[in-house]
Design a protein around this ligand. Structure first.
Ligand code: DAT
Ligand code: MG
Length: 148
């Protein structure tokens, strides 16, 4: 089964959206295998967003993600990486469709509520960056027979 890294960003935490966001992935049928409220250090932020280090918005991005607590999660399920990206909506919330997280809750690209891994490689990298192996729980869920 595939796993992805999702993170409610500081704006989503401050705006009381953790519960709503978790609820969407639970209701969809995905399995939560790890979650924590945490602060992102400067070092972790720079590693996490390393692919953007030459972009003009890199400094702003690092300042934003370290500006308050985030809610980091690992979710598991069939094709969860791409499906979670669809549920998040486009990077720019003004282009994200209603019904998506960014479409429902965001207005600006700098404060777009949620992060989600965009490929198998980034999912593995980001999960290892944010979680120790013993923070991830492998378990059976009784509803899986009604989802798969
Ligand atoms: P995504 O978060 O959808 O994977 P990304 O990886 O291209 O998008 O960019 C990472 C984050 O950087 C994004 O969530 C918000 C910010 N960002 C992207 N493009 C931006 C821009 N043109 N101006 C300001 N912030 C931007
Ligand atoms: Mg990205």
């Amino acid at each position: 089964m595939e796993r992805t890294f999702l993170m409610v960003k500081p704006d989503g935490v401050q705006r009381n959206l953790i519960g709503n966001i978790v609820q969407r992935f639970e209701a969809k049928g995905f399995k939560l295998v790890g979650a924590k409220l945490m602060s992102v250090s400067q070092e972790l932020a720079e590693k996490h967003y390393g692919e953007h280090k030459d972009k003009p918005f890199f400094g702003e991005l690092v300042d934003f993600i370290t500006s308050g607590p985030v809610f980091a999660m690992v979710w598991e399920g069939e094709n969860v990486i791409a499906t979670a990206r669809n549920m998040m909506g486009k990077t720019n919330p003004q282009e994200a469709l209603p019904g998506t997280i960014r479409g429902d809750f965001g207005l600006t690209v700098g404060k777009n509520v949620i992060h989600g891994s965009d490929s198998k490689e980034s999912a593995e990298r980001e999960i290892n960056l944010f979680f120790a192996p013993d923070e991830l729980i492998s378990y059976e869920k009784q509803d899986s027979a009604w989802i798969y």
